[in-house]
Design a protein around this ligand. Structure first.
Ligand code: 5GP
Ligand code: MG
Ligand code: MG
Length: 184
């Protein structure tokens, strides 16, 4: 275990088993379709790679990078598009892939944007769900694990751009934060 990690909440093995399960469900969901899978950078990268590996449908992959204007550990809902999609959304079946849904404000913005761009359907798959943090009316169609209202890192999730490469989801030792809030 990494020296900065206090506790592992979800192990590498549990994540892998969950990706297989979710991949199978997505295959059924999109059978006969050609969805556009949209990874929200950077956090969703490992999960997107693993979950889509276990799907058996034809799909297209694209990426979107958004950042919140808020500087703290919570997002403000005011979202800036850092990298937009290459693909056209109109008429497409979209699968948004997220690392975690906390307030839901980021996804709420993206869903509204994709509706405006005339998507045929929009579904959300997230590895982690933190329902206690929710302020926007957003629900994942598929969610891997529910997590408590704690700041988690690993498997794509960062603290000041670190820990994304850890193969598990964990909680940092309190001294790592140094009493400072995360800045995005
Ligand atoms: P939301 O807009 O739902 O509040 O938050 C979305 C983004 O905030 C996530 O995609 C993630 O980047 C970040 N976030 C929310 N909760 C956590 C957490 O517990 N750990 C980390 N590392 N990032 C989080
Ligand atoms: Mg994210
Ligand atoms: Mg972050």
């Amino acid at each position: 275990m990494h020296n900065d990690i206090k506790e592992i909440l979800i192990s590498e093995e549990e994540i892998k088993a969950k990706c297989k399960e979710l991949g199978k469900q997505l295959s059924e969901e999109y059978e006969g379709k050609f969805p556009l899978a949209i990874g929200v950078l950077k956090g969703a990268m490992p999960f997107m790679s693993d979950v889509l590996r276990y799907t058996e449908v034809h799909l297209e992959m694209d990426f979107m990078d958004v950042s919140s204007y808020d500087g703290g550990t919570r997002s403000s809902g005011e979202v800036k598009i850092v990298k937009d999609l290459d693909a056209k959304v109109e008429g497409r079946d979209l699968l948004i892939i997220e690392d975690i849904i906390d307030s839901g404000l980021t996804l709420s913005y993206l869903v509204d944007l994709f509706k405006y761009r005339k998507a045929n359907s929009i579904k959300i798959v997230t590895l982690l769900d933190k329902p206690s943090g929710r302020t926007a009316a957003i629900k994942a169609d598929l969610a891997g694990f529910e997590v408590p209202n704690e700041f988690v890192v690993g498997y794509g999730l960062d603290y000041q751009e670190k820990y994304r490469n850890l193969p598990y989801i964990g909680v940092l030792k309190p001294e790592i934060y140094g009493g400072e809030e995360e800045s995005e």
